[in-house]
Write a protein that binds this ligand. Sequence first.
Ligand code: PMP
Length: 455
Amino acid sequence: SAAPTSIDRDRLATLFAAERARFAEQHPASRALHEQAGGALLSGVPMNWMTRWPGDFPLFARAAQGSHVTDVDGRDYTDFCLGDTGAMTGHAPAPTLAAIAEQSARGLTLMLPTEQAAPAGEELARRFGLPLWQFTLSASDANRFVLRLARQLTGRPKVLVFNHCYHGSVDETVARLGDDGLTVEPRHGNIGPAVDPAQTTRVVEFNDLAALERELAAGDVAAVLAEPALTNIGIVLPDPGYHDELRRLTRAHGTLLVIDETHTLCCGPGGATAAWGLEPDVVTIGKPIAGGIPTGAYGLTAAVAERVLAGTVWDAADVGGVGGTLAGNPLQLAAVRATLEQVLTDDAYAHMVAMAERFTAGVQETIDSAGLDWHVTRLGCRVEYMFGARPARSGGEAAAAFDAELDAYLHLHMLNRDVLMTPFHMMALMCPATSVADVDRHTAAFAEAVAALTG
Ligand code: PMP
């Protein structure tokens, strides 16, 4: 990879080798379990992302509670990965567990609504300001179904996404901008695409209003699917006024605006939509809203809901690619209700944001005193540090600043000091149980890494 920062590469290689050895030494039980699991599981893991941790094998966890995870070697970790946001509630939150236990004894999946269903929808409506909701089994599903509905409603073939976005395993979104800045290509990692994404997708850089206007003017875009701030290529914040223009242009061109709040729920109880006063036609969400029980959801404005219900769209949807036999099951609805009403509360957010502020200050202080050309960005209770002196304004810029070797070293350094960071980049999320001691454990480990890197 390119080396945009001033870190000495030989030193980095030496340090990384030492951390690899230390990791192996500290985790004999995980190594043994991984070897054994390879007899039944592809790559020794139940899901391929779990191989993305640094080190020669993944940690095998034994238990998780609040902001902590223990592994099979008996080590205790502070968890800032939190299941890549799936556990933003903290692990095993008591109110969610109680609701799960109660509902479990009354049936898990029914193909019938229960008394929990409407309150869960009402709570989402209250938070995001969109009145009518549906539930799915994942955020990917919510995005997939919404894109289908948008094409059906508008009669237009394409969707528009941002370069280096991530919205889950959704075919149309696994696309990138070509090097000419105009054409669309399958993104690296687009496995066996059914159709060339150039046929389904327009891609522009985040914060590039001229490109957005140009692509919408083609008149064939059913929906823009947007994270309010990019969170999957580092955090990329919107320029001041960007969302106003995004809304104005989508309205002017008859394109639905879908805001994916799956990660930006870190901005507050109603995501960036509430925190920043956005006016989406549709919101999609998933990951932590049921405290770890698989759930996605999408919310519609009254106007969009009316269009969905009119004609034959909704009647046909049960065989038309909007589905999931277990979706909307009573267990997930009970978990959503308890999690939203009792775990991800306003008070919890106030604490999570305070912890994120402390985390950010600790990182900033180390960057400043070492004179590093790195920066740290906070988005509500999510924090990320990245290489390069200034925050990127687009996915393309953020990708260019990525340093795979440095990233792997820092992750492994943290893991060896009992701190879990999200495996894909240096991202940390706070949960209601995150403590000052947790944050300070990271701050000390970060300072130690920077000292080692800079000599
Ligand atoms: N939307 C966003 C913004 C995401 O970051 C992700 C997952 N990282 C998804 C959707 C998809 O979530 P899931 O994999 O749980 O379907």
